[in-house]
Design a protein around this ligand. Structure first.
Ligand SMILES: C[C@](O)(C(=O)O)[C@H](CC(=O)O)C(=O)O
Ligand SMILES: [Mg+2]
Length: 297
């Protein structure tokens, strides 16, 4: 029974059963419900998503562990699908990172990725990123591995080294992270399919391709990525970007036209919304539980 598995074990099962495993960004509990219902096997809480959607901030290391935990709990409270969480640089030194991992597990996350950027981080697809030394990154991974209580909790090392130091250096860092116990490698902001090939043939660990829009990496198809050796494909903010554009059109239309008739087609209907929420099942229960109350009145 899959519910008897820990979140980490569910993530590993999904990875074993899907090649590649597509992981879609869900910025809140409701979008997680939709992703689960349409059949996704893994979902993602983006650091950029928490900053942008929940706090109206840019993705520049301004959100805290507790900000992210709050969003995780909302999502893991609503769905069973294993959740990969972006923990940025881990929010501090080894002891902080250790706390982070324990809190992630407690909140129901299945997996995390921790990156080798400096604390004053940027989006991985922006210029002028700075990274910590390989040794410091290895210490981050060791702190993660040492802190987990469920051995299936999945710890992914993200390297942002490609932009400044090139492919070989990035692979070398990834190798050091695997030796330190990382379960997978997030090859950030590479620009060619061959780069994934190089990671996957050099390393004995699953590789994640981050297919984020308007970034450094082309929007490769999952079959091309599978052929190039990617085991996971991430779509961190795809639904969020689409939701934002739809919302903007609605706000502008209401202002310009005085009603929303022209944009109703962009909207999920009341019944569609209720269906994802199992609204009717709740309502039936309500009627059954409160039947006596009704007749009392
Ligand atoms: C994956 C990522 O870390 C995120 O926070 O979602 C971002 C995505 C993006 O900004 O498009 C990143 O790649 O740095
Ligand atoms: Mg991020």
């Amino acid at each position: 029974m899959s519910n008897a598995l820990t979140p980490g074990a569910r993530f590993r099962k999904a990875l074993a059963e899907n090649n590649p495993l597509q992981i879609v960004g869900t910025v809140n509990a409701y979008t997680a419900l939709m992703a689960e219902r349409v059949g996704h096997h893994a979902i993602y809480l983006s650091g950029g998503g928490v900053a942008n959607a929940s706090y109206g901030l840019p993705d520049l290391g301004m959100t805290t562990m507790n900000d992210v935990l709050e969003d995780i709990r909302r999502i893991t409270g609503a769905v069973e699908t294993p959740l990969l969480v972006d923990i940025d640089t881990g929010w501090g030194g080894a002891f902080n990172i250790s706390r982070t991992i324990k809190e992630m597990e407690r909140a129901g996350a299945a997996a995390v990725h921790i990156e080798d950027q400096v604390a004053q981080k940027r989006c991985g697809h922006r210029p002028n990123k700075a990274i910590v030394t390989k040794e410091e990154m290895v210490d981050r991974i060791k702190a993660c591995v040492d802190a987990r209580t469920d051995e299936n909790f999945f710890i992914m090392a993200r390297t942002d080294a490609f932009q400044q130091e090139g492919l070989e250096a990035a692979i070398d860092r990834a190798q050091a992270c695997i030796e330190a116990g990382a379960d997978g490698i997030f090859a950030e902001a590479v620009t060619e399919l061959d780069h994934y090939k190089a990671f996957s043939s050099a390393l004995d660990a699953p590789i994640l391709a981050n297919i984020t829009e308007f970034g450094a990496t082309p929007l490769y198809n999952r079959s091309e990525l599978a052929e190039a050796g990617a085991d996971m494909v991430l779509y961190p903010l795809s639904a969020f970007r689409a939701m934002n554009k739809a919302a903007l059109m609605v706000y502008e239309n209401i202002l310009d036209k005085g009603d929303q008739k022209d944009v109703v087609d962009l909207m999920q209907t009341r019944m569609e919304l209720y269906d994802f929420l199992n609204y009717h099942q709740f309502e039936e229960k309500l009627d059954a539980l409160f039947a006596n109350k009704k007749s009392d009145q």
